[in-house]
Ligand binder design. Sequence first.
Ligand code: PEP
Length: 251
Amino acid sequence: MRRPIVAANWKMHHTVGEAQRYLHRLLELVPADPPLDLVVLPSATSIQATAQSLAQTPIAWGAQSARPEPEGPFTGELSVRQVCELGASYVICGHSERRALFNEDDKLVSRMVKAALESDLVPIMCVGESLEQRRAGTDWQVGEKQLDVGLSQIEEQESARIVIAYEPVWAIGTGVAAQPEDAQQMAGRIRTWLGNRFGASGERIRIQYGGSVKPDNAQQFLELANVDGALVGGASLDPDSFWQIAQAAVR
Ligand code: PEP
């Protein structure tokens, strides 16, 4: 049985003060031993405050992205090594906004996933097709290539720690979520791919759905057989809404 995992991707939202108030409220809502993994992914300026607020709590935190190189001339970037130093447990690899806005390709994503695992971070690797690709019927080809290249450096024995977020690009931040049947189909294909690539370990890899998940539609995704959680953007910006979604992940 895979433990559910629900993550809040704050993107470029929340000042330090707002982050602290948010986490204070979230900690009022979450019990001491929640039956799922909860992850907060703050923007860089709130990492330190998040690390402090969540120390010795059941909520983990991570980075929205991190370069695999330990250091170097990457203006504006954070490295896996730097976020580890602050106590991160997770890192998103290859979010579609980073792929589109910062030209992150599958090869870079593959290095990010590898570097994360080597530093004991859990990579949340995002895959998903654009609207054009879905209309052209190439949605699975796109996802398969992202998995083929993104996980090309991963050995079977380290694979179980990875989280895959299936996030159709057209559903992210648009308010238009995928149909549960489509999410089900893609999650099933991803599960089959993981089993073929990693054997029994593939069954242990958690798959999230992401794309306009809200409290009122979360249940229909989180009850799907191969969906073990959600990666949530907009609806995670309010702690009560995020916690409502998280509760829908517990079967
Ligand atoms: C995301 O940023 O990963 C995301 C799924 O955003 P939203 O929930 O706003 O669609």
